[in-house]
Design a protein around this ligand. Sequence first.
Ligand code: PGA
Length: 237
Amino acid sequence: MLVVGNWKMYKTPSETVEFCSALAERLDGIEDVDIAICPPYTSLADAVRTLAGTEIAVAAQNVHWAEEGAYTGEVSAAMLRELGVYGAIVGHSERRQYFGESDETVARRAVAARAAGLEVIACVGESQEERESGQTELVLKLQVEAVKDALPDGDVVLAYEPVWAIGTGKTATSELAQEAHAFIKSLYDVPVLYGGSVKPENAAELMGMPGIDGALVGGASLEVESFAAIVEAAYGL
Ligand code: PGA
């Protein structure tokens, strides 16, 4: 099981240090669950430093495809590696929705990240309209195949995040999530995390479903207690 906290644009460096110290203490001794947090770029160095010597890894929320260059505002995989960051999310739906991310740019980011030795968590998921108009499988197929074509050796983790369940409190039912995970795995048999309003109350049921290999947690990863409770729910699954 892999539990990843996506902080989005929350927590300053000092808040990060405070959170990471408390989380490391809270989860001291936990085994059998892979844990990562994804702070904003400005907090990555502090997170890596504060979590050194623990089992909790630090990943970025995005990464650029070029090794370096005239790309104002972007950060390369080598820059992240030098900080001690172990991986990166690519293709989060908020990047797709607000920052023009496409299947093509997601694929390019994923390839560059792997080439530099970063683990990749690539997000896929349908919107409310796409689900309602019966296009879920088509959308997932296009998104998953873009990642598969870019990284055909299976060296990637996917995250299924139905857009209508992100930050809305509307979790996909475990059956619906399981169905989507099974479909995704039929296209590309790699670990698939579920994301979208994962909370301590629903984490064990979701992660207990066949084909769900962990969770990508947004809002509930911002508090030590709720994130730790989700990690504990993954324990032993
Ligand atoms: P949420 O976000 O848990 O707040 O719904 C999940 C995500 O966007 O990764």
